[in-house]
Design a protein around this ligand. Sequence first.
Ligand code: HEC
Length: 141
Amino acid sequence: MKLKHFAIAALAVTFAMSSAAAMAAEKDPLKPRAPASAKGEKNPVPASADSIATGEELFQEIGCNGCHGDAGTGDGPASAGMEPGPRNFTNAAWQGARADGELKHTIFAGSDGTAMIANEAMFDEPEDVWHVVNYLRSLKK
Ligand code: HEC
């Protein structure tokens, strides 16, 4: 009897641990993902309300929200168990650590060895990526 209770408790602990592990965790979010040269590319599109709204539409249409979540908090439906987890764009420290050119670079080229694949081909007009960058900037908390 005692052994059976122990087994059930052990099972509960194992389950709790595995569901914690299933939550996507970001890895070193402040570490640069793009080459230093990407910092030099300036964003030519002013962050107007129109630009931000267009960026949000593209973010949903392309399916960035599947991983990054509808609110950009890194917890979209496809993020479960993802290692490393998708970026939480509301993180002010991460926002401060990145230049717009680095965001564009990673959106287009991806982040090696992660689920963040290259998305350049998803844009009909490459310049539209700046609207997405402006939208991501608007999510800073
Ligand atoms: C299949 C899941 C997935 C999709 C779809 C996806 N991402 Fe990501 N994204 C990730 C993951 C995972 C990371 C974290 C990569 C890492 O830690 O290096 C990430 C990281 C990022 C980063 C942060 C890079 C940095 O400098 O820290 C940006 C910006 C980004 N994604 C933008 C986008 C945009 C915009 C789209 C849509 C065009 C998109 N992502 C689509 C999974 C995804």
